[in-house]
Design a binder for this molecule. Structure first.
Ligand code: DGL
Length: 297
């Protein structure tokens, strides 16, 4: 192996390549609009990073899809983001992470960051030792979620409630209607009756209900939202791989993509994130959505 010091021109070329790699965007993906809660935390934590966001809203909710469908879409969107030049991928969807992160990690060449319900922080902070978990059916029945409970829930009782209807509400930009409040109340009251003092928001769509939940339960439940922890994990992973964008040059607005017409994404980004950004509609083919009846798959 040569121990010669590279010439100045070689050093310049490799510094340029590094700068190019570091200026590349981070891809963030969710079945729909929920990952915007993660994007919000990432922008606050890493303002210099360029971001590409993909909502697979045409096929949301994933929580009612079969495992193979979720893995197929997650992989197709991950590959699409790599083609767009993403240097890392945040799978900002508990359901997709639970179902397919291991497979996607094997297939993609860029670092991946997944998300999971905050069982550990809930177990650490609950005083009554009873905590509620709202998540999709797929997340709750996954082996990854069961492993989280086995690991951290030994002396704490977790009341797991599938949040049927909640993802659909966010997808139509409903975060506080009377119907939604009634649905949330039906999920939260049994938890309160059973003595819960903590609520894990185990789906990235649910932090958008924060104000409504507070209005319903006051301070009787401490909400556990892991978006800030995810942003910190992304920061650590970018550091480990030497991929952080240069500091001091705030990134342009995130680029938003949707597999549906993107109107609701635009509306939610404007009202909840105060971002006035265009959303580009994209077709991201995958094995399971190639068939003409794929929307019913
Ligand atoms: N945001 C996704 C999650 O965190 C929602 C999944 C779905 O589309 O049902 O699980």
């Amino acid at each position: 192996m040569s121990t010669e010091t590279p010439s100045p021109s070689v050093r310049t070329v490799s510094a340029d390549l590094n700068a190019q790699a570091n200026a590349a965007p981070v891809g963030i993906f969710d079945s729909g609009l929920g990952g915007l809660s993660v994007l919000r935390a990432v922008r606050a934590q890493l303002p210099d990073e360029a971001l590409l966001y993909v909502a697979d809203s045409l096929y949301a909710p994933y929580g009612e899809r079969d495992d193979d469908f979720i893995a197929d879409r997650t992989l197709a969107i991950g590959e699409w983001l790599v083609k767009q030049g993403a240097k890392a991928l945040v799978v900002a969807c508990n359901t997709a992470t639970a179902q397919s992160i291991a497979l996607v990690r094997e297939k993609l060449s860029i670092p991946l960051i997944g998300v999971e319900p905050g069982i550990k922080p809930a177990a650490l902070q609950s005083k009554t030792r009873v905590a509620g978990v709202l998540a999709t059916q797929v997340t709750l029945r996954s082996a990854r979620f069961q492993a989280l409970l086995d690991r951290y829930a030994a002396d704490c009782r977790f009341l797991c409630q599938p949040g049927h209807g909640l993802v659909q509400a966010v997808e139509r930009c409903d975060v506080g209607s009377a119907e939604l409040r009634a649905l949330l109340r039906s999920y939260l009251e049994p938890m309160l009756d059973a003595g819960a003092d903590t609520l894990v928001l185990g789906c990235t769509h649910y932090p958008f209900f924060d104000a409504t939940i507070r209005d319903l339960v006051g301070d009787r439940l401490t909400l556990i939202d892991t978006s800030v922890a995810i942003a910190r994990q992304l920061e650590r992973v970018l550091d480990q791989h030497g991929l952080r964008a240069a500091t001091g040059i705030p990134a342009a607005l995130p680029r938003f993509y949707s597999t549906d017409d993107g109107q609701h994404q635009k509306q939610l980004a404007a009202t909840l994130l105060h971002l006035d950004a265009e959303v580009t509609q994209v077709v991201i083919p995958s094995r399971r959505t190639a068939a003409p009846d794929s929307q019913a798959a």
